[in-house]
Design a protein around this ligand. Structure first.
Ligand SMILES: Cc1ncc(COP(=O)(O)O)c(C=O)c1O
Length: 375
C-alpha cells in the first residue's frame, strides 16, 4: 500500500524567480515612481519578449483574456467566429464580450485541436474569423486552417495561451495567423503573476492594439474608439524581465518531468498520453492523460478521486466542455452529437501535476498510485 503524500500536490505551482533579482527592479520602480502607462520596464519587456519568442511585434497585457477581447476588436471581428469547445472558457467569453456568436467545431483526435476538415461546413455568411486553440501547447493544423481562411476571406486569431516558446522547425507558432494571444497567468509555463500578450506582424496593427488597450487613446486628445484598460503595469513587466532569465530552465525541468511520466505510463492499458511531434519545441505546460474506462477498468472520475485521496490534485482540463456551459449550450453547434471527439476527450482527461519544482520522487509516487488500482 502506497502512503498518501504528506503535503498536497496540485496540478501546478507557479515558478517564482529569485526574490533578490526582482528586488533590484523594485528598487528602480521605487526610485522612478513610474508604475504603469507604458513605462520603461513595459517597453523593455516587450522588446526582450519579442527577441526571445522570435516574433516581430508584441503588445503585453494585464491578462490573456483582455488580450483575446482586444485582438477581436483590433481586427473588427463581428458576427460569427468558429472556435473549439475544448479550451478554457476565456476563449469563448472573449467572443461574448464582443457580442460575437461562437460557432463550435469539433476537434481532431490526435492532439485535440480544431479539426480543419469540419470547419468549412460551419461557415455561414456571418462568419468573419476562426479562433483555434493550440491546446496544451500543441500546434493546430495551421496550413489547412490558413487555406480555408484564405479561400473564404476569414481572419485567424490563435489562442496560444498554452504555447509560450513553442516553435515549429525553429519558427514560433506565434508567427502564424493574423494575431495570436498568450497568457502569462500564474499557472502557465511563463508567468507574470497575471499577464498576457498579443502578437502581430506589422507596426500599424501593433499601434492599433496599443491604442485599444489604453482606452482607445491615440494621443492626449484623440480617442479612436472605446478601448478598454488592459495595460500591463511596471511591476508585472519587471517581474517578467526577471522570469525571462529563467524560462529555459523552467521548460527543461518540465520536459524532464514529462519524460518521466511517459516512461512510467508507457504500455499501461487504458492510459493514453500525448507524445512530442517531430520538429516541434514544446512548452510542457500540461501533462494530460486520457483514461479509457473499458480498457483501464476504472472511470476517469474514479482515478481522479483516487488520486485525491492520496493528496494528489489533478485537474480535468477541459471538462465540462465550453459548449456545455449554460451561456453556450443552447446553440445548435453546441449539441454533443456535433462534437463527438471533444465530448469523448472531455470525459477521459486528467491533467497530472507538472511544475518546475515537482520532485522526481513525487512523479514516481503519482505514477505508482495511478497504475496500481489496489490503492
Ligand atoms: C486557452 C486559454 N485561453 C485564455 C486564457 C485566459 O488567460 P488569462 O487567465 O491570462 O486571462 C487561458 C487561461 O487562463 C487559457 O487556458
Amino acid at each position: 500500500m502506497i502512503k498518501s503524500l504528506e503535503a498536497p500536490v496540485y496540478v501546478t505551482q507557479p515558478a517564482l524567480p529569485p526574490l533578490d533579482e526582482f528586488t533590484e527592479y523594485l528598487k528602480q520602480i521605487w526610485d522612478t515612481k513610474i508604475l504603469t502607462n507604458n513605462g520603461p520596464f513595459h517597453q523593455q519587456f516587450e522588446k526582450e519578449l519579442a527577441d526571445y519568442l522570435g516574433v516581430k511585434y508584441i503588445s503585453v497585457f494585464a491578462n490573456g483574456t483582455l488580450a483575446l477581447v482586444t485582438a477581436l476588436q483590433a481586427l473588427r471581428i463581428t458576427g460569427e467566429v468558429i472556435t473549439s469547445p475544448f479550451s478554457f472558457v476565456a476563449t469563448t467569453h472573449s467572443l461574448w464580450w464582443n457580442n460575437i456568436k461562437p460557432v463550435f467545431v469539433d476537434i481532431e483526435p490526435e492532439y485535440f485541436t480544431l479539426d480543419p476538415e469540419k470547419i468549412e461546413s460551419a461557415i455561414t455568411p456571418q462568419t468573419t474569423a476562426i479562433m483555434p486553440v493550440h491546446v496544451y501547447g500543441n500546434p493546430c493544423k495551421m496550413d489547412e486552417i490558413k487555406k480555408i481562411a484564405d479561400t473564404y476571406g476569414l481572419k485567424i486569431i490563435y489562442d496560444a495561451a498554452h504555447a509560450f516558446g513553442v516553435t515549429i522547425k525553429g519558427n514560433s507558432v506565434l508567427n502564424f495567423g493574423d494575431l495570436s494571444i498568450l497568457s502569462f497567468h500564474a499557472t502557465k509555463t511563463f508567468n507574470t503573476i497575471e499577464g498576457g500578450a498579443i502578437i502581430c506582424h506589422d507596426e500599424k496593427t501593433k499601434r492599433r492594439i496599443d491604442f485599444l488597450k489604453n482606452f482607445g487613446f491615440a494621443d492626449e486628445v484623440t480617442v479612436v474608439e472605446p478601448g478598454i484598460n488592459a495595460k500591463m503595469n511596471e511591476l508585472q513587466a519587471a517581474y517578467g524581465l526577471v522570469q525571462l532569465r529563467h524560462i529555459d530552465e523552467y521548460i527543461t525541468k518540465r520536459k524532464a518531468i514529462t519524460e518521466q511520466y511517459r516512461h512510467r505510463l508507457t504500455d499501461i492499458k487504458g492510459i493514453r498520453f500525448l507524445n512530442d511531434s517531430e520538429g516541434i519545441r514544446h512548452s510542457y505546460t500540461y501533462f494530460p492523460i486520457f483514461i479509457d474506462e473499458k480498457e483501464f477498468g476504472e472511470s476517469r472520475d474514479e482515478v481522479y478521486n483516487r488520486l485525491k485521496r492520496y493528496n494528489i490534485f489533478g485537474r480535468r482540463y477541459f471538462y465540462p466542455l465550453i459548449s456545455q456551459f449554460p451561456s453556450y449550450r443552447g446553440q445548435s453547434s453546441a449539441k454533443p452529437e456535433n462534437l463527438p471527439v471533444a465530448n469523448k476527450v472531455a470525459e477521459q482527461v486528467i491533467c497530472l501535476p507538472i511544475f518546475p519544482e515537482l520532485k522526481m520522487e513525487v512523479v514516481e509516487t503519482i505514477s505508482s498510485i495511478l497504475i496500481d488500482k489496489s490503492n
